[in-house]
Design a binder for this molecule. Structure first.
Ligand code: SER
Length: 436
């Protein structure tokens, strides 16, 4: 199989769907527009919701995008594993009341096997338990033997994310071979290990969820496909993880260069290397979309990402500021698909530098205060940090609560979070009081 790069794969996908009558649209901003159910855009379909429901008329009934996405639900695991990340690009082709299952499935197959050249014998589709129609298309029209098609329940094969358009889906898994497997008996499609990797998801968007579990049939039947670009690159480049694909590896190498370390020689260092590599991608893209570090909402997510990255830079022994220089490598690797990165380069560097400066001024002091708090807890046989102490770290030393929590968790401690919020509330009241 030819080893295409991330930027090539993105282009190949968009061109393929353009050749099937789709309008290629630019990635939408990471900041959702008129959608209170999301803090950040988390999938290719999210910015297109009004087109699925019929609330707005799309510029074309067939659209294709490569959407920048952020998911922070698993942020605690980022770095600890090579699977988790917060930032990713999602390739998608969408039909708004136009084509449905038959075309979607056949183009999935054509793109994966003929354009990318994946080995047909390593691909396994799955369908929603009751979806005989999709099963028959895979079986009778594409010619996949019945025993190679898996039927899964709602948890795996029904796609929804918060409120909005949703529906049953059909996924495609790629068998990466025994070397990636867990070797356990019964390891097959659906196993948690790294052998069978999901590369494609065709969602047959035909319902609208009101957010409380009530589903209504949509007037039009739609297609929402999603394919993680980095994951596809993992398969195509036959590398261990997303941190090893071409563009992300360049970034990872830069982190190692700054720190003077080698990847895969020390597991603790690898955690920091992966975390910084992931977080700087999210931060760079968020800032390019106008998000500024702050203490709430999206701004808090950004602040947390930047401060986590800065702290792990310390752990790796990177001297001084490094984030804006690192973001130059993100921009270099991704400006092909996202020209706005290059246009806003100076602004991105400035925001990162300011935030890193602010944190650097207090981080050492904060860490030493925290170490003192830890010693006190240890001496007292206490396992929970007082909420007021966590608040001092937040208020005086700029440690987001989650950061303090993470540092303590690494050593087996927790935080009295209710106490933290009470201290915060008290301060708010004090500040709001007349004459203050
Ligand atoms: N919405 C589906 C997903 O995010 C397919 O695009 O996986």
């Amino acid at each position: 199989m030819k080893q295409y790069g991330v930027n090539e794969l993105r282009k190949m996908f968009l061109e393929f769907f353009q050749s099937k009558g789709h309008l290629a649209m630019k990635s939408f901003s990471l900041v959702p527009h008129n959608d209170k159910s999301l803090l950040l855009i988390n999938s290719g379909m999210a910015p297109l919701k009004p087109y699925f429901t019929g609330a707005e008329i799309p510029p074309c009934k067939r659209v294709t995008t490569c959407q920048k996405c952020i998911r922070t639900g698993d942020i605690e695991n980022v770095g600890k594993t090579a699977r988790h990340g917060t930032f990713f690009e999602m390739l998608g082709n969408f039909s708004f009341g136009d084509y449905f299952k038959r075309e979607a499935i056949s183009w999935t197959w054509e793109f994966l096997t003929e354009v990318v050249g994946l080995d047909k014998d390593r691909l396994y589709p799955s369908v929603y338990l009751e979806d005989d129609e999709a099963f028959d298309i895979w079986n009778k029209e594409i010619g996949i033997p019945a025993e190679r098609i898996f039927r899964f329940g709602k948890e795996d094969n029904f796609w929804e994310h918060g409120a909005g358009p949703c529906g049953p889906c059909s996924e495609v898994y790629y068998d990466r071979g025994e070397k990636y497997g867990c070797g356990k008996p019964g390891c097959t499609v659906g196993c948690d290990c790294d052998r069978y990797m999901e590369v494609w998801n065709d969602v047959f968007t035909q319902f609208e969820n009101d957010g409380e579990g009530h589903y209504e049939e949509l007037q039009q039947k739609n297609i929402d496909t999603g394919m993680g670009l980095e994951r596809l690159a993992v398969v195509v480049q036959d590398v261990d993880s997303i941190f090893d694909v071409d563009t992300i590896k360049s970034l990872r190498d830069k982190v190692c260069e700054f720190a003077g370390v080698t990847y895969k020689t020390d597991e603790n260092k690898d955690i920091s290397i992966r975390l910084i590599t992931d977080h700087i991608r999210s931060a760079t893209f968020m800032i390019s979309d106008g998000i500024m570090p702050s203490n709430e909402g999206r701004g808090y997510v950004l602040r947390r990402l930047i401060r986590r990255a800065a702290r792990h830079g310390r752990l790796l022994g990177i001297p001084g500021k490094f984030l804006s220089e690192l973001s130059a490598t993100v921009i270099e690797g991704s400006k092909d698909g996202y020209p706005e990165l290059e246009e806003k380069k100076d602004f991105i560097f400035k925001v990162l530098t300011q935030e890193e400066d602010k944190f650097n001024k207090t981080i050492d002091q904060g860490l030493s205060i925290l170490a003192g708090m830890e010693s006190k807890m240890e001496a007292a046989g206490e396992k929970t940090l007082a909420g007021t102490d966590a608040f001092t770290l937040y208020d005086t030393y700029g440690f987001p609560l989650d950061l303090t929590k993470e540092i303590l968790e690494e050593k087996g401690y927790t935080i009295d979070e209710a106490g933290f919020h009470a201290a915060m509330e008290e301060q708010r009241k004090r500040r709001a009081a007349p004459g203050k």
